[in-house]
Design a protein around this ligand. Sequence first.
Ligand SMILES: [Zn+2]
Ligand SMILES: [Zn+2]
Length: 102
Amino acid sequence: MSEAYRHRVRSGGCQCGAIRFHATELRDNPHVCYCRMCQKAMGNLFAALVGVRHHHLTWTRGEPAEFMSSDSAARGYCRDCGTPLYYRGVGGEHLSMAIGAF
Ligand SMILES: [Zn+2]
Ligand SMILES: [Zn+2]
């Protein structure tokens, strides 16, 4: 993947607009996850995700709520409209952001 892709500034948010975010760099790992937890969290057959390191992400409006989907994983979402926004491993260096939220 090109440097231009990774360094492009990306913004996004939830469906209702209560949460907005801004990423200054994306990790080079866009992927789909078919695990059962992602299926349930997204209400879909898979989750399309891309990593954003914590220090590359700013919440520019609102703050996401989190649901602990296991002892080691949290799922961020909008508490007002329910849009799934990310998955993160506890203590991990990045959020796996929902690509469709950008
Ligand atoms: Zn919302
Ligand atoms: Zn998964």
